[in-house]
Design a protein around this ligand. Structure first.
Ligand code: C2E
Ligand code: CA
Ligand code: CA
Length: 973
């Protein structure tokens, strides 16, 4: 326990000192001891006290820390030597003023040793120690000496100079020591006990020496006078002083006044002495020496002063620096902190002094602070200088730290550190990085919600903020418990939305840079949202039908592709393809605007008839598709659903002021067990839809195995038909047309057949449709024309009557080229065009003005035009007069029931009467039995054809009938 030993020792030593002094004083004063006893005490007691004082210092030196050993040892030695001087004096036996030289040497040795000891103590205790301090001691002593010399001058007149010098030398030397001790006492704020005891001891010594000095000067020296008692007591006091506590030095406040006051005062005193009594040698000599010291002291003072100014400038620079500055102790505590750093840390500079710096450094950066200290102490280059400080309110401050190693006032290493606040720079770097990242992210996002979420997340991270939300236009931000920032998000079409950022308390408010950043983020978001919405519009435009707003063909294709791919993994896709019946009529008669209006109405009805998840598309023209993909209805429900859609369309609607009854034909296709693609589904639905058209429209056909087989066959036919025309596999059969009144043969209808090498004779229903779809019907039709005209030529050659030949036409044949073909065929066969009849259906007629022009040209050539299949479509009798026709062919579906149904017979009667009124010839088709014949005869239908008379037959048989000239039905024969 090294600390306890000095403390116990201290008590022991101090007690010894006190006891020694008490015994000595008592020994000198107690009358009981008598003259001799007193003498012994005075001589030997004093020697004992010198020993106590000196040993006290030496013991102190032995237990002191290394730096304090020397001063105490020196002082102890000085005291012991003083004692030795006294011993020499005692042993010399001389009690007068003639003191042996050895005694003088011992006594005087106390002064240089004491002076050196005090200077060393001051250097040790009073940091920073300056040379001027030691000079101040010298100066004070000399000045006092000069003043004393001047005062006692009158008394010492006539006394030999050597006596005067000897009398004054001790007091002067005492005063030098005293001034030094007082200076030390003053520097510690007059509180330091050690300096205090030392000053008191030295004051006693001075007083004693002055008294003795006066005795010596007057030559009344008395070796054991009362005055001499001060010596041992004072020196024990010095020894005791070694054991008193040392107060810390007050912070130095040297200024011009303090530096100059003492020398100036001393100089003034000496000048006054010299001026008053310049002739006296002693004061003059002392005064001159003092003046030299004053000069030195003043010079040093000025140097210190300028150093002080430098340090003042440093002080001010330190205090008022725009960056944070601090002196940090080796154990990482704040020694001094300037105002800026204190402000950064949100604490008072005094409050921080002595506090550990790590409390103000971000926990993640503690290791850096340790490292910088270690490296500086090891002389290695410091680690990266970036740190985060944490202020009292929790704000994180980015700083760049530079630190250098300095020596502190107590000689211990310290760090002088500068902290530049780079929070602003970091913040703007962070903001810039965030904006760059956001604009990159925004390019990849197309959804408004995702964009807003991304920007809000970016703002939260970079700002940073506890919350960030995008408020829709018109919404006001709610009351927040912490600081809040808002920035308008300007949009192309809508009013500005608001981007808000919010920090919870306790937190610092937002910085100007945050305001700018939030606005930049808001602008970025506004632009990105606009871009996304424009992209969305463009995408929509690309995928929707502009007329109806329904999905368009490309959307449907993409959707079906997706849906069929999903269906391949399980599930079904159902497709309803719709085609309006008679849409052409509406377009032609009411105009395109009305047609568009009708399409829009139909689109609306389709949308209303299905669920929102079902896709409704317009493929173009009057073709629509309903696709059930999302939630697939049960297969059994589908026909009902299709019917509901058809019913919705069929409800009367008013377009352009006219009430219209529109129907549609629909084909339903379902991706069944077989893998389906969008393409096959649409094709199947199309086939089914055509089937519905064939059945008269206004209905729905389901694509099924039968239809599929038909499709397959059709596809096979398509390939073969081309070859068949080249290979001359087509045959022409002729069906007689007779006068129903006389049964006389009036002509034939040419009906094409295909004599397939493997499948035998194939009827036109199987391949004419395919030929129409593929365009093959044009060469086929030309072949039929040529074959029919040449057949007519042969037939006419066998009869006297001018037989007619009727040839069926397809829509695609009705081009201006047909007129030339007909003329060429007639010319080539050598028949008159007026013996030819060309049969067309009404669908074909309503297909536009061009077709009508072709027919008009043909009629001009003399060719008769027949309206085929009357009664199957939508022909109204009124429409007859609008068409350039000469013959009306009543369809079998009208002829067959005419015998039984009054309604059908009424319609036939009206048609016949109307035709007669218009000058048209009426031909009843498909008369199969006598009843039908009689019905037609009763209705006054002039012509007829049908199995009752004859099936279509090859030319060879037709020639025989032509020769006969009439066909009497077997049933009547
Ligand atoms: P279409 O012009 O209405 O021809 C009359 C159809 O009725 C013929 O069928 C004929 O054989 C059939 N038929 C005649 N009498 C009766 C009867 O009493 N009962 C029944 N059940 N049927 C009867 P086919 O020959 O099969 O021709 C079918 C359709 O093919 C024709 O109908 C016509 O539209 C078309 N077609 C025939 N040949 C040609 C041609 O060379 N060119 C074009 N473009 N179409 C043709
Ligand atoms: Ca026909
Ligand atoms: Ca017909």
């Amino acid at each position: 326990m090294p600390r306890r030993r000095p403390s116990a020792l201290r008590r022991l030593v101090l007690l010894t000192c006190a006891a020694a002094v008490a015994i000595y004083v008592a020994g000198r004063a107690l009358p009981a001891l008598g003259e001799d006893g007193h003498l012994v005490v005075r001589w030997w007691g004093a020697l004992a006290l010198y020993a106590v004082g000196g040993l006290s210092c030496l013991v102190r030196a032995a237990v002191a820390e290394p730096r304090q050993r020397l001063p105490w040892a020196l002082l102890g030695a000085g005291i012991l030597l003083f004692g030795a001087g006294s011993l020499a004096h005692l042993l010399s036996g001389d009690r007068g003023a003639h003191v042996p030289a050895a005694a003088l040497v011992g006594w005087l040795a106390l002064y240089p040793l004491g002076y050196a000891a005090l200077l060393l103590l001051m250097r040790e205790r009073l940091r920073p120690f300056t040379l001027s301090l030691s000079l101040d001691g010298l100066l004070g002593g000399l000045t006092l000496a000069a003043v004393c010399a001047a005062i006692v001058r009158a008394d010492i007149d006539g006394i030999p100079f050597s006596h005067v010098l000897a009398g004054l030398a001790y007091p002067v030397a005492d005063v030098l020591l005293l001034v030094l001790a007082l200076w030390g006492l003053a520097a510690t704020g007059w509180r330091d006990r050690s300096w205090l005891v030392m000053s008191a001891a030295l004051a006693a010594l001075t007083a004693g020496d002055i008294a003795v000095g006066v005795q010596v000067a007057r030559d009344h020296y008395e070796a054991l006078s009362a005055a001499s008692a001060t010596y041992p007591i004072a020196l024990v006091g010095l020894g005791a002083a070694a054991w008193f506590a040392v107060a810390p030095r007050r912070p130095p406040r040297p200024d011009a006044l303090a530096v100059l006051v003492l020398p100036a005062a001393c100089a003034a005193a000496i000048l006054a002495v010299l001026a008053l009594d310049g002739s006296a040698a002693l004061p003059r000599w002392i005064g001159l020496v003092a003046l030299v010291v004053i000069g030195c002291r003043a010079a040093l003072g000025f140097r210190e002063l300028s150093a002080l100014q430098v340090s003042r400038r440093f002080e001010r620079g330190f205090e008022e620096a725009a960056i944070g500055m601090a002196i940090i102790s080796e154990d990482l505590r704040w020694v001094r902190v300037n105002a800026k750093l204190a402000q950064m840390l949100g604490r008072g500079a005094d409050e921080l002094r002595g506090a550990p710096i790590l409390a103000s450094i971000h926990p993640d950066d503690h290791h850096l602070s340790h490292r910088i200290a270690d490296r500086l102490l090891a002389g290695a280059p410091p680690p990266p200088p970036e740190r985060r400080l944490v202020s009292a309110d929790g704000t994180v401050i980015d700083v760049v730290v530079s630190a250098v190693l300095i020596e502190g006032e107590d000689g211990a290493p310290q760090f002088f550190s500068q902290f530049s606040d780079v929070t602003g720079r970091r913040r703007s770097e962070r903001h810039a990085e965030a904006l760059a990242e956001l604009s990159r992210v925004a390019l990849d996002l197309h959804d408004a919600d995702e964009l807003a979420a991304a920007v809000c997340a970016g703002v939260r991270d970079a700002m940073p903020a506890d919350a960030c939300v995008l408020l829709p236009p018109g919404a006001a931000p709610g009351a927040a418990s912490g600081p809040m920032l808002t920035a308008p998000v300007r949009r192309r079409a809508t009013g500005p939305a608001t981007l808000t950022a919010h920090r919870r308390l306790p937190a610092t408010g937002f910085h100007d840079q945050d305001v700018q950043f939030l606005q930049a983020a808001a602008n970025l978001l506004g632009t990105a949202l606009d871009r996304a919405s424009i992209e969305g519009e463009l995408r929509e435009q690309a995928l929707t039908d502009p007329l109806t707003g329904l999905a368009n063909r490309s959307f449907l294709a993409a959707h079906l592709e997706h849906a069929t791919a999903a269906a391949a993994r399980g599930g079904e896709v159902a497709l309803l393809l719709l085609d309006l019946d008679r849409f052409k009529v509406v377009n032609d008669t009411l105009g395109h605007r009305a047609g568009d209006e009708l399409l829009r109405v139909v689109a609306e009805r389709l949308r209303a008839a299905v669920r929102p998840s079902d896709v409704v598309a317009r493929l173009g023209g009057d073709e629509f598709v309903v696709a059930w993909t999302a939630a697939q209805p049960e297969a059994e429900e589908l026909p009902a659903l299709a019917q509901r859609v058809l019913d919705a369309i069929a409800a009367p609607c008013v377009v352009d002021g006219q009430e219209l009854h529109v129907t549609a034909s629909a084909g339903l296709a379902v991706s069944g067990s077989e893998p389906a693609t969008a393409e096959t589904l649409l094709r199947d639905a199309d086939v089914a839809m055509y089937r519905a058209k064939e059945h008269g429209g206004a209905g729905c056909e389901v694509f099924d195995a039968g239809l599929r087989a038909r499709v397959v066959r059709r596809m096979a036919i398509e390939g073969e038909l081309r070859r068949a025309i080249e290979a001359d596999e087509l045959r022409l059969h002729l069906q007689p047309v007779v006068d129903l009144a006389t049964f006389a043969l009036t002509g034939f209808e040419a009906l094409v057949r295909w004599e397939h090498p493997e499948r035998g004779l194939i009827g036109p229903d199987e391949f004419v449709g395919v030929a129409e779809e593929t365009g093959l019907v044009v060469p086929l039709g030309r072949w039929v024309l040529q074959e029919a005209t040449s057949a007519l030529a042969e037939l006419q050659a066998r009869t006297s009557e001018p037989l007619r030949m009727a040839v069926n036409l397809s829509a695609r044949q009705l081009t201006p080229a047909l007129v030339a073909d007909v003329r060429a065929a007639a010319a080539a066969a050598g028949v008159r065009p007026r013996d030819l009849t060309l049969e067309v259906t009404e669908t074909l007629l309503v297909d536009g003005a061009a077709a009508v022009d072709v027919l008009t040209d043909l009629r001009a050539m003399g060719v008769a035009i027949a309206l085929d299949d009357f009664g199957t479509g939508w022909s109204s009798l009124g429409a007859l007069q609008r068409h350039p026709v000469d013959v009306l062919k009543l369809d079998r579906s009208l002829v067959a029931p005419a015998a039984a149904s009054p309604a059908a017979s009424a319609l036939v009667r009206a048609a016949v009467e109307m035709a007669r009124a218009l000058g048209l010839l009426v031909v009843a088709e498909g008369i199969e039995d006598a009843a039908q014949l009689q019905a037609m005869q009763a209705l006054a239908c002039p012509r007829g054809q049908g199995f009752l008379f004859s099936r279509p037959m090859p030319l060879a048989e037709a020639l025989e009938i032509a020769v006969a000239g009439a066909i009497v039905p077997a049933a009547l024969a």
